[in-house]
Design a protein. Structure first.
Lengths: 801, 222
């Protein structure tokens, strides 16, 4: 048997060498397909194994909060800081750890002259056990001391280099200090806490920021993580604690906020990454959809490559049939032939796999660019190689099965005598497979064009304000705001700077919402929610919003400290006929007069509809950004160095940084553009592979019909006529594929754009372009072989008889 | 007796009518015979040969081969039977182009699962017997037609069959090469191998000890 196998491989190898061009096509196509599938596979594995490195992966959960705003239920991670103590004290039986945490943000860490900005968080001490931190120095207990800080190995190295960091003092931001009490091994980048490069005690932040006095159950400013007790059931516990917040508000300090009917629930760690989307309070999916989509595309691309292999081998069957006949007459049974053909495909697939590894190594960084991930191929992981082996076997089987079972069933008497029918069945199957390939390819092209169109459409959406030469500097120290006027004046001394205004949120993302408003004619049952932006004087002029009614905030009116400027959507939302001059009561903050209405601006996701917005004047605390407008025609570099000099002087402790709003706005498109790039990448691959397929196939057809072409030429057929004859079949197949791809594409892409409130119509020309493109590419591919066959001198092709 | 055909019929349906390829064929072949089958094109010579070789079935009648009833055997057993006792020689040689002379000769032995050492000995013996040792590493396309047919015959003989079925073995050869092949057959027959050959040539037919004439699927007395 061993020798037999060797002979099979030998025959296969010689077959490959004999037809070098075809073999190259075959192996190349398969290798490209395998490489793509391999990359996708590694990506999918990365996404699925996200967070799994944590020992307590199964028992960690985040406490979520669902609140009702009008018709909608919004779900988020934000929690009041009062929640964790209640869970710990009253429901402690269910939890091993309950941890209040702030948000992981870049913070300035200072040791002596070394200043670095690092991502980190303020968390309660239970987090160290929860995440099973691998301590290099110190213990997990160390965080219990509110003046301690834990550093990741990388952060410690960056701050202290070779010297021992333990017990050294680190300044956090501008107003906190802590002693290094432990060093932990960096957390996996492929996890929610991958950017947690230092952990400071929650107590430290709470005391420094004086939260105890100023934040209540209504301030959802923090996060709460829990680890369940062994054996506790997540759903059960989630159900037990669901009314904790509601009950505490009802009896607490701010009963008004009860209108949002807060429900808290647990979201397990294993769902954080892939199932993060909540719609109307229900966990509906998330990234998992994309994992499935890409997984399926990966399998399809491999399938397309397998189809090429199958088609080329069945096309070769006329020649192979003779061999099957001979082998059968000299004693081979069907099973042996099946094994022979399968081992041939094993050989080809293995070769293709080796080539694909080279392609993967070359294409990895490109693919990482596309996905925005930094994943490596786990060359050293035996599981990876086992999966690859499995894939090789499956691919060989799929690619080899049809030729194996089809060819091996030939009857020797017929093939050898030449009465052998050239296999209507095989050619029909071949056509079916080509149709399948082109359906997939055209679908991907339709998808790509739709995505690109949608992005372009949203990018062209008028935002309603002027972003040009507008930038912001984050505020790191409260001193900046105490002396805001003098800072502003100093900045304005440079005539390249046109305006300076501070705000609490950025105009590209006004995520702060508020409730508790009342106005004339308001429906008492309405649980209203407005997005709000607080800013200093001149903000409106700076962003150049368009006043439709009324006026801007003005320094001349002292009463403007209790005034709103609202957008058109807010007017409609409140149902006001003559908004300017109306009063809106805002909880205990006072009675605000509407002094102006502005045209709607895009201040949240440009894919969504504009939400009702209120703008107020504000100075002092809560302002986080200094917005600066550089004048038209001014020298940007000079302006920036001026800005930097001013900030360096006033806040020497912090690292100066600035961001242009153009770049900030562009972030809205990162995700979609990535999607578009990936889709184009897959579409190009699918087309490439399909074209390789029909290229090979048309060569065979031309070869098979050599004699016919010769006879036709002798009888007077023109080259053009022959070219038409040879191309027609393939064109028909592509047209058939289009007929299948159009309804599917329309259906899927309609569903896709339906996710966006601001979206394109799926227009007919997208389909026309996709199909025309597919036809053109097919025509070029097929014509190459067709014309080659058509211009051969007929004497040559007929002489072989 | 080696084989016996009783009232063999074979037909195909064409436009609702039966077209007979073989009609009521009766034939007895004793071991050691050398039979030539003759007849015009389309008379059923090759069909008869394929039926004898068990490569093709028939619709009616009985076929006994060495006391086995071929007509009632399963496909697999039939294959076993012809693998063991029958060798085929073709007009177009039908060697496997991708394999060398040596490998072509070895192929039937591999299918019979004969061990390596014995296989080597058998192939070496055959190369020697047909004086083609020097050509063992060549591919079929590097040989002349006569040499290819020599390999074809050697391949048919290597499993030591009782019966050789040859379908116009000299059809593609020039007269000198053809004569050599026929002399070879004659010698094999003298060594005890039963041979049935299909031929167009009166001269080659004369090598046989018996000639069967076919016309339109029927045996006619020549």
């Amino acid at each position: 048997m061993n020798t037999m196998f060797k002979t099979y491989l030998k025959t296969a190898w010689r077959n490959l060498l004999e037809k070098k061009g075809q073999s190259l096509l075959n192996i190349g196509g398969l290798a490209v397909g395998m490489a793509a599938t391999l990359l996708i596979g590694v990506w999918v594995y990365g996404e699925i194994s996200y967070n799994t490195e944590f020992e307590n992966y199964e028992s960690i959960a985040q406490v979520m909060q669902s609140q009702t705003f009008g018709e909608e239920i919004g779900t988020g991670v934000n929690q009041p800081m009062q929640l964790a103590p209640v869970l710990r004290n009253q429901y402690g039986d269910h939890f091993k750890h309950v941890v209040t945490s702030s948000f992981t943000n870049p913070m300035l860490l200072t040791v002596g002259d070394t200043k670095i900005s690092r991502q980190g968080n303020f968390m309660e001490p239970g987090i160290t056990e929860m995440l099973s931190l691998k301590m290099i120095q110190g213990t997990r207990d160390a965080l219990k001391d509110p003046s301690s800080i834990l550093l990741s190995r990388t952060t410690a190295n960056a701050l202290f280099g070779a010297s021992d960091p333990m017990n050294k003092t680190v300044k956090i931001g501008t107003n906190m200090q802590a002693k290094v009490a432990g060093i932990y091994e960096d957390l996996s980048k492929n996890s929610e806490f991958g950017n947690l490069t230092f952990i400071a005690p929650w107590e430290l932040l709470k005391t420094t920021a004086n939260f105890e006095e100023r934040v209540g159950w209504g301030n959802n400013w923090f996060q709460t993580y829990v680890q369940l007790q062994d054996g506790a059931d997540l759903a059960t516990v989630s159900n037990i604690i669901k009314d904790v917040k509601y009950d505490n508000i009802k009896n607490g300090d701010n009963p008004a906020s009860i209108r949002t009917k807060p429900v808290i629930h647990l979201h397990p760690m294993k769902k954080w990454h892939l199932h993060s989307k909540f719609e109307n309070g229900v966990n509906t999916g998330g990234l998992i959809e994309r994992v499935w989509l890409f997984g399926i595309i990966g399998v399809f691309i491999l399938l397309l490559a397998c189809i090429n292999f199958m088609n080329l081998s069945t096309a070769k069957s006329v020649k192979r049939a003779k061999e099957v006949g001979i082998r059968k007459t000299i004693g081979s049974v069907k099973e042996q032939l099946v094994i022979q053909f399968l081992s041939e495909s094993l050989l080809v697939v293995t070769l293709a796999f080796m080539v694909s590894l080279v392609l993967v190594a070359l294409g990895q960084s490109f693919f990482n660019d596309l996905t925005g991930k930094t994943m490596g191929i786990p060359w050293g992981n035996p599981f990876f190689w086992m999966t690859c082996m499995g894939c090789i076997l499956i691919t060989s089987f799929i690619s080899g099965s049809y030729p194996a079972f089809y060819l091996s069933s030939f009857e020797p008497a017929k093939v050898l005598k030449g009465t052998f029918n050239r296999g209507q069945g095989a050619s029909r199957l071949r056509k079916g497979l080509v149709v399948f390939q082109f359906t997939i390819s055209i679908l991907l092209v339709i998808g790509t064009i739709t995505i690109i169109r949608q992005i372009a459409y949203v990018k062209e959406r008028p935002v309603g304000y002027d972003r040009e030469q507008l930038l912001y500097v984050p505020i790191n120290t409260s001193e900046i705001m105490t002396n805001f006027e003098s800072l502003r004046n100093e900045l304005l001394q440079s005539n390249s700077i046109k305006e300076v205004a501070a705000s609490d949120v950025l105009i590209t993302g006004t995520f702060i919402t508020n409730g508790g408003f009342d106005w004339k004619g308001k429906d008492p049952n309405m649980s209203e929610e407005f997005n709000t932006l607080r800013a200093t004087h001149g903000y409106g002029e700076m962003v150049d919003w368009e006043i439709k009614e009324g006026r801007n905030f003005s320094r001349e009116f002292k009463s403007d400290s209790l005034a709103f400027i609202v957008n058109e959507t807010a007017v409609a939302y409140m149902g006001l006929e003559n908004p300017v001059g109306e009063y809106v009561k805002w909880g205990t903050n006072g009675n605000f007069k509407i002094i102006g209405v502005i045209k709607d601006m895009v201040t949240q996701s440009p894919y969504d509809e504009v939400r009702p917005m209120l703008f107020t004047l504000h100075y002092g605390n809560f302002l986080n950004f200094i917005n600066i407008k550089i004048g038209k025609g001014a020298n940007t570099r000079q302006a920036l160095s001026h800005i930097e000099a001013v900030f360096q002087k006033r806040d020497p402790e912090s690292l100066f940084s600035y961001t242009f709003f153009d770049d900030e706005y562009a972030r809205n498109f990162l995700n979609e553009e990535r999607m578009a790039k990936l889709a184009s990448f897959f579409a190009v691959l699918a087309i490439l592979i399909s074209c390789l397929g029909i290229f090979g196939l048309s060569a065979f057809v031309a070869e098979q019909r050599t004699k016919e072409i010769g006879i036709r030429k002798v009888l007077g057929a023109s080259v053009v006529g022959l070219w038409k004859m040879l191309s027609k079949d393939f064109i028909l197949l592509v047209i058939l594929s289009s007929c299948i791809a159009i309804p599917l594409g329309y259906y899927y892409m309609s569903n896709w754009v339906a996710d966006y409130a601001y979206r394109i119509e799926i227009s007919w020309w997208i389909f026309v372009i996709s199909i025309a493109g597919a036809l053109a590419i097919t025509l070029v591919t097929v014509s190459f072989q067709a014309i080659k066959a058509a211009i051969v001198n007929p004497i040559k092709s007929l002489r072989t008889e | 007796m080696l084989l016996q055909l009783n009232n063999i019929f074979k037909w195909v349906q064409q436009g609702g009518k039966r077209v007979f390829l073989l009609k009521d064929i009766n034939l007895q072949v004793e071991e050691g015979e050398f039979i030539s089958v003759m007849g015009p094109s389309g008379s059923g010579k090759s069909t008869l040969l394929n039926v004898l070789g068990m490569l093709d079935g028939f619709d009616e009648g009985e076929y006994h081969f060495m006391d086995e009833s071929v007509h009632s055997l399963k496909e697999k057993h039939r294959a076993e039977l012809y693998k063991q006792y029958i060798g085929f020689v073709f007009q177009a040689y039908h060697l496997i182009d991708e394999l060398t002379v040596y490998e072509n000769l070895e192929m039937p032995l591999l299918y019979k699962k004969i061990k390596g050492s014995e296989r080597k000995a058998l192939v070496a013996d055959m190369l020697d017997r047909f004086s083609i040792v020097g050509k063992k590493d060549l591919f079929p396309t590097q040989l002349s037609g006569g040499q290819q047919q020599l390999v074809g015959v050697a391949r048919a003989l290597i499993t030591k069959p009782k019966l050789i079925l040859a379908d116009e073995p000299t059809g593609n050869l020039n007269s000198k090469q053809g004569e050599e092949i026929m002399e070879l057959f004659k010698k094999l027959n003298q060594d005890g191998v039963t041979i049935i050959q299909v031929t167009h040539s009166e001269k080659n037919a004369e090598y046989g000890s018996r000639i069967i004439h076919l016309l339109d699927g029927r045996k006619v007395e020549g």
